[in-house]
Write a protein that binds this ligand. Structure first.
Ligand SMILES: CC(C)(COP(=O)(O)OP(=O)(O)OC[C@H]1O[C@@H](n2cnc3c(N)ncnc32)[C@H](O)[C@@H]1OP(=O)(O)O)[C@@H](O)C(=O)NCCC(=O)NCCS
Length: 158
């Protein structure tokens, strides 16, 4: 697999269930965080911290016993930040076509042993899909930063 992509595959377990009998949203967010951490660390060869998770969408429920694929791919890099598109798919392991259940953008920052930001290799999209995703990721980053500013101003933190 390419250096900018990580894929986790596993079965949704009975311990992942919520009160409604489906997989808990928090468990799905943990899968997203873990796969995207692995993707950021693989790309930067550094320890990385989560900066922000944006546009997380719960499209369909995930069922216990389904085969899960969590694909995380770098779609944009800044100086120290890596912006990752994550898509979660679920299928019956006996053979149906996977359905997209979740997607989001999540941003990580590479840090050194003292926690200071470290420059990361630049991602240059080649495939058309990656080029399009980079544009959306830039938009998501700008939007998230604007929201950060709005929160800080409205709460008087600035
Ligand atoms: C992550 C952290 C180090 C960022 O510190 P900061 O001083 O606010 O960072 P900056 O404003 O300089 O931004 C750092 C990078 O993140 C990007 N960024 C900032 N806010 C962002 C947002 N809302 N969404 C996406 N990217 C964002 C910046 O563009 C910058 O990227 P660049 O280095 O490529 O230019 C700090 O907020 C922190 O320690 N947070 C806790 C992290 C954590 O505990 N994560 C969970 C466990 S791993």
């Amino acid at each position: 697999m390419e250096n900018h992509i990580v894929e986790f595959r596993f079965l949704a377990e009975p311990t992942d269930v919520n009160f409604g009998g489906k997989v808990h949203g928090g468990i799905v967010m943990k899968w997203i965080d873990q796969a995207s951490y692995a993707c950021a660390a693989q790309w930067s060869k550094r320890y990385c911290v989560t900066v922000s998770a944006n546009a997380i969408r719960f499209i369909r429920p995930v069922l216990v016993g389904q085969l899960i694929s969590v694909e995380a791919r770098i779609v944009h890099t800044g100086k120290s930040s890596m912006h990752i598109y994550v898509v979660v798919r679920a299928s019956d392991p006996r053979g149906d076509k996977p359905s997209v259940t979740n997607r989001c953008f999540i941003s990580f920052m590479a840090v050194d042993e003292a926690g200071f930001p470290v420059k990361v290799p630049t991602f240059e999209p080649v495939a058309d899909e990656d080029k399009k995703l980079e544009e959306v990721a830039k938009h998501a980053k700008d939007f998230a930063k604007q929201l950060d500013d709005d929160f800080e101003q409205s709460l008087g933190w600035k």
